[in-house]
Design a protein around this ligand. Sequence first.
Ligand code: ACO
Length: 281
Amino acid sequence: MSTTASNEAQTVACTVENRIAWVSFNRPEKRNAMSPALNRQMMRVLDDIEFRDDVGVVVLTGEGTAWTAGMDLKEYFRETEVLGMAGTRKAQRESYGWWRRLRWFQKPTVAMINGWCFGGGYGPLFSCDLAFASEDAKFGLSEINWGILPGGGASKVAVELLNFRRAMYHAMLGENIDGKTAADWGLVNEAVPADQLKARVTAVAESLLKKNPVALKATKDAIRRVREMTYDNAEDFLVRAQEAANSYDNEGRKEGLRQFIDEKTYKPGLGEYDLSKQKKA
Ligand code: ACO
């Protein structure tokens, strides 16, 4: 591997333990700012883990004090702009590309926000299905502070996740909020003390690993898709989405019903059926 390729490979770290893939932004000395190299590497890592049998859940976190300080202002903006429109569009494709890939990822995804999360970081934040932050993490749409609008989807993420007044204030003032406020505002699911963050995320990931994976993929896509549908369109989409899911796994729900109604070994209202007893398709 050439030095350039090896440097690029190091921008993202990934370890798989007990079916949880821990994927990290790995430029701590640059507060995990997303450079074109990091964006390309993240797509490679996602490619590698998406359909691996030994991966059931993906956690996206950051090495060091940052989750990500957003786009790399030097490498993503200044150094690509000098290449003209082609350079700018290429850099945008590389970043938006892996965020989109992550939005529709096969496996459940959890953002574990351990520190700074700025601007372009809202793209992958929204891409993850769930998000847990350290209480002292800091979130900000800092674009206004250096003179641009929150692009790369960041404005869209703000209005998707926050109410109108909060989105407007957050984007126009460029003030940071901590993890606790981010949880109050709905930017993340929960904020927990920093020393409990990994344990909480691990517990959530372990719960997800016990659920039917085909149903999980259908569910996460359904929640994203129906946001933009009328009630009638959503009703129709959901019927078809379940029928499509049945074409991948026609035994899961039958087994779930069997264990409840016939075997009486669990109650769906109180937990999930035992996946290990399900016949393989
Ligand atoms: N782009 C490029 N380099 C960055 C970025 C970034 N987004 N963030 C940090 N760095 C670099 C710094 O330039 C510095 O590099 P150097 O060591 O070569 O001088 C190094 O990372 C460490 O950064 P410090 O500022 O020294 O770290 P500190 O912990 O004091 O502050 C903080 C962290 C608050 C995150 C600060 O680095 C910062 O404000 N970064 C920019 C955040 C931002 O506004 N991001 C852009 C959002 S807009 C968008 O994404 C489109």
